[in-house]
Design a protein around this ligand. Sequence first.
Ligand SMILES: Nc1ncnc2c1ncn2[C@@H]1O[C@H](COP(=O)(O)OP(=O)(O)O)[C@@H](O)[C@H]1O
Ligand SMILES: [Mg+2]
Length: 466
Amino acid sequence: MSTPYIVTIASDKGGVGKTTLATNLAIYLKAMHEDLPVTLFSLDNHFSVDRMFRLSQEDSSGTVADLFTGGRFDDLMETGEYGVQFIPSSNQLLELRPDIDHPALLSKALRRSKSGGIIIIDTRPDLDVFTQNALFAADRVIIPVKDAPSLENCRHIYDFFDKHNLSRRALRILPCLIDGRIHFDGPFRDPYQLLKAYALNRGYRCLEGYIAKSPKVESLNTNPEGKIYPVLTHGRQTDVHVQLAHVARQVYLDSIEKQQRRLDDIRQEEAHSQEVHQTAFLKRRRKLSPSCLVCDHTLVHDDRIDPAGYFAMTSDGEVIGYLEEECFAKLIFRYFYGSRRSVEPNDPIWDLFRETAQRSYFVLHRAPHTRNFYQQQLSFYRFDETGLEVSHKIVELHEFEKRLLSKERSDLFPLLERTLFDNEGRLSDTFLVLRKVSTDLPEEILFDQSFNDLTDCMARIRKQLP
Ligand SMILES: Nc1ncnc2c1ncn2[C@@H]1O[C@H](COP(=O)(O)OP(=O)(O)O)[C@@H](O)[C@H]1O
Ligand SMILES: [Mg+2]
């Protein structure tokens, strides 16, 4: 089944005829094209859609609120009157609103739909995040305007489109509730002509025609049965009947003409951005040093990365690689936490360190006053996850350390040689950041999100270093 064509009816003014248009448009489309699946739902918290289309009193499987919390569009759809499918309305949307922070959520839910056809979305008279979601997903936005103030308000929808780089070609103004009894002298003979001229003057495109104000149409809402009747069945003798049919015909023809649907665009944009992420990831993956930066044991293979404890990167991005858990912990205890005794992996202090290390960034950098090649000093910092300094220690670098009977080379040197030393063994201006990684998935830190977090934090750390 093809991708659905999505029509959103929106305006941040109330009482301009949105709901009347949305519900009747669905009925006209279905009446004109029996085989066309037509689905309707409203993001407003009144229940006009339900009152108009609900066939049975049975409990439904969900509401429009579920579209924003992972529900499947096709499971929520119900068959309603006049052959129109609908999703029940909800009065939970307002409660949900603080949790919804992105306009692309609804398009994600719609994208998985196999319904095809045309989906019509009625919205609240408000550019809240739900309306924004409906705008973001739309192939066509119809903006009913009934007077000059409601036309002025269209600007907010245009601004939203500009802000999100959406094509304004999707937007169409439709004058509604036009009072045929009003006539003006001069070039604009009636409110319709005047609104249309205002719209064109602002560069807004209009649908052809308008919807007249009709007492008969207004009365379709009010009857002893508490139902809402469609214009098609109960207002055939009105001008509005002809006008709605004309609007429905335009929507249908536009839907046929638009082969590449908005949801297709969104799908493509997503595939493209995944590709960009993937390329960036592979570039980092290729740059990795193949072995532990301390002990030189191979960790990075073509097809996998062995469990590693820490990820390390120089501030100039020239060296990136991993350290084995043990190698780093030994360095820490030996050189920076002053415990000359050897700490074995089963020591509780080790567990404690591992636990707190998750929330730290460790930094090695030339100490502020070290200039003398023979007495180089190294600063060791610990920062928290927001990039605030937690501790700082300065150690003297000695390549060889006295042991009982012999001299042994310091484990710091292989690490510094691979990262911070220049060709002559001097500490350069760059610093080294070390970050605990997930043992099962050491490459996770190379994914865009984690990697960006890391580089953001490095930028904050850089500002604090001398
Ligand atoms: N063509 C029309 N002629 C007369 N009254 C209308 C017409 N369309 C809508 N109305 C009435 O105007 C009021 C607002 O319409 P509605 O569709 O609920 O607007 P919105 O959804 O923008 O708030 C309702 O009472 C409705 O019955
Ligand atoms: Mg409404």
